[in-house]
Write a protein that binds this ligand. Structure first.
Ligand SMILES: *Cc1c(COP(=O)(O)O)cnc(C)c1O
Length: 404
């Protein structure tokens, strides 16, 4: 194994499996068949996995479109050499920054004529591809389905604007008791599509199905799907056949013991300690706290793994550190590996275990993983690259084919 620890600028890191992300993309494409476009949602820094590395991995899968949410993340992709078509979801301040969409060849989602005008003017002689958002029942952004065709008529006056996609967002595809609501949303969307087609406009990408929608409702896949959480290996619904074989993209979340010491006379942490302090204790401090996304709930019965043992958290969670109760692990030493999420010895802490204790959903957890945590990227089963904050270094060792 490569020794990547010399590239870590903080002793708390995530191990991310790019092969799992590629597998999930291929599995979703296999599930929907070759005629349907899979547009991965890599918004929110690819749900915390790191937008540049994820986009690079997906380019090797020949992805057709990428969906981002924040303009500077999309610009970052271009500055890092990502060539794939990139669309941005609805909700950006397009009138103010239209020139950036043109300069970086990004496809905006436009939901007002003033946005269309701004993009058209900034583009000059160039043709700009745009997406339209359709509100069908999510109660959020987008053009009301019944008003879509009128909007498209107005867009047609702008000769350098090409509508390549129209999409909506299902509210509750994972609630079997709400099937009729999903059906209502879908029918509204299809009605709007038909009205637009009657104007002679036929966008290539028509999509309402997100991760759960695309898995639970094969009849609602239209010409495209937009998976977010299933790209990272999770879905919150019963799998239907043929079920995609999704693999978690986060292999592990690890830390190291920075300090090990005995408390004097059980006086440690009085007032904020989560464990009973009626005895002398051995405590350890690991890197990683609230700043990194560790929930305050981790103090309530939470534990980590050290030397193959379950180690309880000893106090409330600090900003950058967590204090552990090492009393039953006297052999622990400074520098020992700490597993927050993942396997060690006979134990495994899964993301679902952790979320049950932290009272969070998986997507909520993923997007709370801060830039403060270095990401170690695995490909072909090996660590290949470490990204700390915005900087990145290739891991180069003798014999690596990734030299230079
Ligand atoms: C985030 C997002 C998705 C992906 O949602 P998941 O539930 O994570 O699959 C799909 N469509 C739109 C419009 C989104 O904003």
């Amino acid at each position: 194994m490569y020794n990547y620890s010399k590239y870590l600028t903080r002793s708390c890191w995530l191990e991310i499996d790019l092969d799992a992300i590629k597998n999930n993309y291929y599995e979703l494409q296999k599930m929907v068949g070759p005629e349907i476009i899979v547009m991965p949602a890599i918004k929110a820094n690819a749900y915390g996995h790191g937008i540049v590395e994820v986009a690079r991995a997906l380019e090797t899968c020949k992805v057709k479109y990428l969906a981002s949410g924040v303009l500077h993340e999309a610009v970052k992709l271009r500055k890092n050499g990502i060539k794939s078509p990139i669309m941005l979801f609805v909700g950006n301040n397009i009138e103010e920054v239209a020139d950036l969409y043109v300069r970086y060849d990004l496809m905006p989602t436009v939901s007002s004529i003033s946005q269309v005008k701004a993009i058209s003017e900034a583009a000059g002689n160039k043709t700009m591809k745009v997406f339209l958002p359709v509100e069908t029942g999510r109660g959020r952004l987008g053009i009301n389905a019944e008003e879509l065709a009128d909007f498209v008529k107005q867009v047609l006056a702008y000769k350098n604007i090409d509508i390549v996609g129209m999409y909506s967002h299902m509210s509750c595809p994972d609630w079997p008791d709400k099937e009729s609501f999903s059906q209502w949303q879908y029918d509204r969307f299809v009605g709007a599509i038909r009205a637009v087609e009657a104007l002679g406009v036929k966008p290539e990408f028509l999509q309402i199905a997100n991760s759960n929608g695309s898995i639970s409702r094969p009849d609602m896949r239209l010409t495209g799907i937009c998976p977010g959480q299933s790209m990272w290996g999770y879905s919150t619904i019963e799998r239907r056949e043929p079920a995609p074989d999704l693999k978690p993209a986060i292999k592990a979340w690890k830390s190291k013991l920075l300090c090990v010491k005995d408390t004097i006379g059980g006086k440690f942490g009085e007032g904020f300690a989560a464990v009973k302090l009626d005895r002398p204790m051995r405590i350890g401090v690991m890197a990683g706290g609230m700043y990194d996304g560790i929930s305050p709930h981790q103090a309530n019965g939470g534990y980590v793994l050290i030397r193959g043992k379950k180690i309880p958290v000893a106090s409330s969670i600090c900003v950058e550190h967590t204090i552990l109760d090492l009393t039953d692990c006297p052999e622990a030493e400074i520098g020992d590996e700490v597993v927050i999420l993942g396997t060690q010895g006979d134990y495994e802490i899964t993301i679902q275990d952790l979320m049950a204790r932290w009272k969070k959903s998986v997507p909520e957890f993923l997007v709370s993983l801060n830039y403060s945590i270095p990401r170690v990227y695995f490909e072909e089963g090996k660590p290949q690259r470490v990204v700390c904050m915005d900087e990145s270094q290739e891991i180069v060792e003798a014999g690596s084919e990734k030299e230079g």
